[in-house]
Design a binder for this molecule. Structure first.
Ligand code: BG6
Length: 317
């Protein structure tokens, strides 16, 4: 992949495009781009900084003390700190920041395939560089919108022209993420997707409420041949390996992270949910996180120029 940095501006925003951010040449040029972007071009509370592995990230900070960071690589939110300084997201200790492998933790995207399927697991959006499309302050809260478009890499796996916009809004005690996918092709396309959120947790104390009565597709023991069932429990705990899809899940789930935080996970238009904890297959860290994912497992069909929008809002009390 060639190294490049480009900044283009339209009437309301500037776009910073980065590729192969791990190369020394790229880092040099990123420095220039960073300087010339300056803070003036971004809204108050929205900054660009150099993250792990030299990868660029967007830092959001709100006047009331909450903070978030989002890597352009994968548009991955890796940190969400509430005003008391606690980070409610988790990045795995084996996560790499090399601009090639997806970042394992935070809120990775699964797009345009949740998986398993013909493409690489969880699609390609989590290992492509997104660009900054816009930033603003909305009712005092910092907002950044990242953008992903097809290129030769995405087309080698999924031969469609598309635009994905990912708007991240940092509120005082909640983080809202809105994904908007538009078919910019001349033919119909379809995809499945998820926000694969890793919450920091103490797994023996974790519980999830709100899924009773949902149809389940249990990926344990065979992810490619899930077992159908119905969730009978009011309160789901994690005494062992869990990898389960919940179809037609409600718009609000309640997570007790076992660390003293009650987190609500609200959504609009994410029809399904996924619970995952790898248990002993990730012995060094499985006790420290749980994935509660908003997902769209059934295919979304988009005709040319059609758009699909879904929002997730995670909040503490
Ligand atoms: O790609 P990651 O972050 O390691 O996550 C993998 C897991 O992601 C979950 O969403 C899937 O349900 C699991 O089947 C899968 O193993």
């Amino acid at each position: 992949m060639a190294s490049s940095v480009s900044i283009s501006s339209s009437s309301s925003f500037k776009t910073l495009t980065l590729s192969n951010p791990n190369s020394p040449r790229h880092r040099r040029r990123f420095g220039i781009a960073y300087a010339s972007l300056g803070q003036k071009t971004l809204a108050p509370g929205v900054k660009i900084s150099e993250g792990n592995g030299g990868l660029p990230k967007v830092d959001l900070s709100s006047p009331n003390g909450s903070e978030a960071e989002i890597y352009l690589f994968g548009a991955c939110v890796t940190s969400w700190k509430v005003p008391n300084g606690k980070d409610l997201l988790f990045v795995r200790p084996d996560a790499v920041f090399n601009g090639k492998k997806p970042i394992s933790g935070g809120i990775p995207h699964c797009f345009p395939q949740f998986g398993p399927g013909p493409m690489q697991q969880h699609g390609f959006a989590r290992n492509m560089n997104w660009s900054i499309a816009d930033s603003e302050v909305s009712e005092g809260d910092p907002v950044v919108t990242l953008e992903l478009k097809d290129d030769s890499y995405s087309r080698s796996m999924w031969d469609f022209s598309f635009q994905a916009l990912y708007k991240v809004t940092l509120h005082s005690k909640s983080l809202s993420t809105t994904l908007t996918v538009t078919n910019t092709d001349k033919k119909q396309l379809s995809f499945s997707t998820a926000l694969h959120t890793y919450f920091r947790a103490s797994i023996t104390g974790v519980s999830v409420k709100g899924l009773k009565g949902c149809k389940t597709l249990n990926k344990d023991p065979d992810p490619s041949n899930p077992l159908e069932g119905t969730e009978e429990r009011d309160v789901i705990t994690f005494p062992g390996f869990v990898d389960c899809v919940y179809l037609d899940a409600p718009n609000q789930l309640h997570l007790d992270n076992g660390l003293g935080d009650a987190i609500t996970i609200q959504n609009t238009n994410w029809s399904d949910a996924v619970l995952w904890n790898p248990y002993l297959s990730m012995e060094s860290c499985y006790k420290d996180f749980v994935c509660v994912e908003n997902a769209k497992i059934g295919k979304v069909l988009l005709e040319p120029e059609q758009t699909w929008i879904a929002e997730q809002r995670i909040a503490t009390s």
